[in-house]
Every structure is written in C-alpha cells, then in structure tokens.
Design a protein around this ligand. Structure first.
Ligand code: G3P
Length: 225
C-alpha cells in the first residue's frame, strides 16, 4: 500500500519525508487554506520536496465540469504531468472525469461517502478513488467497510483503479485497510508518526542502549569499537 501525507505544511512534509517511507502528498482546498499561503507557491515548494516521481494530489475547486477541466489543465501546467487532479464525485465531477480521461490527464475521484460514488469514478477512469473513512464513521456508517466495499466493487468489475483512502483518525484504521490490500492511503503527519508511537518500543530501545553502554561505555556504539 502506498502511503501519502495529507497535509500542505512544508516543514511537516520535509520531516515526514526524511523519516518515513512515503510516496507522495495529497491536498484539498481546506488543507491549502490552513497554510495561509498562495496555493501554487506552496504546491511548487511541495513538488520540489517530493520530486517529479512523488505523487502530488491537487483538487479542482470549480462547480461545473468544463471549469474543472480548465482547472486541471492549469494544475498540470504549473505542477507537472505527474500531478493528479482530485475531482469531487458529483454529476459535474463525473462529466469532468470523462473529459480528463479522454485527454489522458491523471485524476482521482474524491469526496467519496458511498460505494456507488467510488465505483462510478473508477468506471470514469479515475486512477484512484478517495473514500473519507472518518467522516463516514461520523455520519453513523462504517468508513472502513465502505472502503472495503469500494475496493471489492472496483476489482470485481476489473477496473484499473484503486483506493486512495483518506480521512483517518488513528493508525488502526490505516492498518486495517493495508491488511485488506488497498492501493494507497493518505494520512495526516501526526497519525503517520502515531504508527510507531508506543511506550513499549521506547522502553525496549532504552534498555538496549543502557545494556550496551554498560558493556562498552557511555555513548559507545558498534561503530566505536
Ligand atoms: O482530503 C480529504 C480528506 O483527507 C479529509 O480528511 O481529516 O478533513 O476528514 P479530514
């Protein structure tokens, strides 16, 4: 499963990229708004951190299909052809997706709360479809189950698409979908760090260090012997 960072804060992205095996960065209009910066300025900085091979997801914000396609052209022009345009799974969004598919522009279906939205986006040719796990939970439904159903519906139909599962509140939700074999998850930095934040891990490492220093001397490592 690919792992992306769901954030646009360049310092946090640099930190997570340095320490964790991540494949890209996803943004949405609300995430960009939190930076308080000019969108293309911050997105270009993110592109320079993740390189051309990193997957960068940028959302179209227009309401009408033709305007979404126009936005997609501008996004790709500014940020490179490897950038994936996020298109909301609404009727206008599906119309835009069909146009983008014909043009060969990479896109994903986003704002997914139902299995049918995900299945339709995959049928439109979306490279990824993004169910909002935690937001679905908050509506009283089961976000993990909806994600699994979309995964099954896509593979059952033989579509060349997969999940970019989004909106997580904890690392357990991420692991649950990793075990199920979904294509990708996009996760906030604090939850990525939470994947290995554990008092038992810290205690084990501390004991190893103390035992080794007891044997070889304070501050010594295998490189010093
Ligand atoms: O990009 C969409 C998704 O990641 C939203 O997450 O935490 O705002 O529900 P959240």
């Amino acid at each position: 499963m690919k792992l992306c960072i769901d954030d646009a804060n360049v310092e946090r992205i640099r930190h997570i990229y340095a320490y964790f095996p991540v494949d890209g960065v996803s943004t949405n209009p609300s995430i960009l708004a939190k930076t308080g910066r000019t969108p293309y300025e911050v997105l270009k900085e993110i592109r320079s951190i993740i390189g051309e091979e990193g997957e960068l997801f940028v959302q179209a914000t227009a309401q009408k299909a033709e305007a979404m396609v126009e936005e997609a052209h501008r996004i790709v022009k500014e940020l490179g052809e490897t950038t994936l345009v996020k298109v909301p799974c609404t009727p206008e969004g599906f119309k835009a997706m069909k146009g983008l598919h014909e043009e060969g522009i990479r896109f994903i279906g986003t704002a997914i709360y139902t299995t049918m939205q995900g299945w339709l986006a995959a049928k439109c040719g979306a490279e990824y479809v993004a169910p909002y796990v935690n937001r679905i939970d908050n509506m009283g439904f089961d976000g993990i189950q909806v994600s699994k159903d979309i995964h099954d519906a896509i593979s059952g139909s033989g579509f060349d698409s997969g999940l970019l599962a989004a909106s997580f509140k904890n690392s357990q939700q991420v692991l649950e979908l990793a075990k199920y074999g979904v294509k990708a998850a996009t996760v906030a930095p604090d939850i990525i760090e939470g994947l290995v934040k554990n008092a038992a891990i810290d205690a084990a490492i501390r004991t190893f260090t103390e035992d080794f220093e007891g044997l070889c001397g304070k501050g010594k490592t295998m490189a010093d012997l």
